[in-house]
Design a binder for this molecule. Structure first.
Ligand code: KG4
Ligand code: ZN
Length: 336
């Protein structure tokens, strides 16, 4: 089955075509970073408008690159939530219209399920069951994934998501949005151990995360010492170490507690090479396997929605094409 997918939950328009056997994966992204950068974060109305402008030309260009036409598409998947309501509506309307006019089934996909299953597009791919560590701009959670569609949340952030903490810290350091990659770059110039930032909720039986205190710590440190280049790099380093330490320790506790031997890491922050290295080292110590998606599949993309949608179709699921469009800006993963 060949699936065309539309991802528009936030500030990236992602379109993909995916077929399992023989494997075909074509995906393209139209990023809105430049539009939102001067506002220091995503402006929902501008995001919706740009999805409207970019979606159809991107679909045409993906079909062209895949060297197929609409007649070769067997189903349409779109991101139903969670995300920005206007942005989700643009994708849902486009998906519904195409499914209607091409007379193919339609399925709405959970954005976080997409992220968690992105490593399934890699070779080798993880077998079930596994522990999923999802670290994005909107969510940070640990889930026990027993089989496709079975997600038990073991812990999650009680305040900011990890990516959000990177973005807010970057803003304090006068770095532009999105801040994650810029903090990673600046931290490489930092002097180790000049500052040690807090690691909250570190008890072994607690798998929740907290990042907002870390951001406050960055602010008060900056107020105290100023914004000289080396100071900023040292703060970026201390921030990154503290955030990564928390993620690695919690993932380790989840693996030990469940006895599972596979860790899947996904979401935008999974693009961070220092985090990847720390998780690799932890996995080596525990003699477990760790799986990451390639960098372009860590941040938002259509390919992960195409994969999850294809699995849902294979499990016999599809939407009633006549039902009212119902996107879900808030949609807990545990309710799937
Ligand atoms: O998964 P994603 O594209 O969007 C959401 O679903 O939220 O994640 C975006 C987040 C942003 O907060 C961005 O700063 C962060 O991922 N990010 C990174 C890196 N690349 C992206 N954080 C740390 N290091 C990176 N290299
Ligand atoms: Zn995402």
């Amino acid at each position: 089955m060949r699936v065309l997918a539309i991802e528009s939950s936030c500030d990236d328009t992602g379109i993909a075509i995916y077929k399992e056997a023989p494997l075909q994966l074509v995906h393209k992204l139209s990023s809105q970073t430049k539009i939102h950068q001067r506002f220091g974060g995503v402006v929902p109305e501008l995001a919706s408008r740009d999805h409207c402008l970019k979606m159809l030309p991107l679909i045409e260009s993906v079909l062209e690159e895949a060297q197929i036409t609409s007649k070769d598409i067997d189903g349409i998947a779109y991101t139903r939530g969670p995300g920005l309501i206007g942005a989700l509506m643009v994708g849902a309307m486009m998906a519904r219209s195409l499914a209607y006019s091409w007379n193919v089934p339609l399925i709405g996909v959970h954005h976080l399920e997409g992220h968690l299953l992105a490593p399934m597009l890699e070779d080798p791919k993880p077998d079930y069951p596994f522990i999923g560590l999802l670290v994005s701009g909107g969510h940070t959670l640990l889930a026990q994934v027993s089989a496709f569609g079975q997600y038990e949340i073991l812990g999650q952030s009680l305040d900011d998501a990890a990516g959000e903490a990177f973005d807010k810290t970057a803003k304090l350091l006068n770095l532009s949005y999105p801040g994650g990659p810029k903090i990673e770059k600046l931290a490489k110039k930092g002097i180790a151990d000049r500052f040690k930032f807090p690691r909250p909720l570190m008890q072994k039986d607690n798998l929740n995360f907290s990042f907002s205190g870390l951001k406050t710590h960055v602010r008060t440190t900056l107020e105290r010492i100023g914004q000289e280049d080396q100071d900023r790099a040292d703060i970026a380093y201390a921030f990154e170490q503290s955030a990564i330490d928390q993620l690695v320790r919690k993932a380790k506790h989840a693996l030990i507690r469940t006895g599972l031997s596979r860790l899947v890491v996904a979401g935008g922050v999974a693009a961070n090479q220092t985090l990847r290295k720390a998780l690799d080292d932890m996995a080596n110590d525990l003699s477990i396997e760790v799986f990451f998606p390639r960098l372009s599949l860590c941040t938002d993309n259509g390919a992960m929605i195409a994969y999850a949608g294809a699995q849902r179709f294979l499990h016999g699921q599809k939407e009633d094409p006549k039902a009212p469009i119902c996107v879900k800006p808030r949609w807990p993963l545990s309710t799937l």
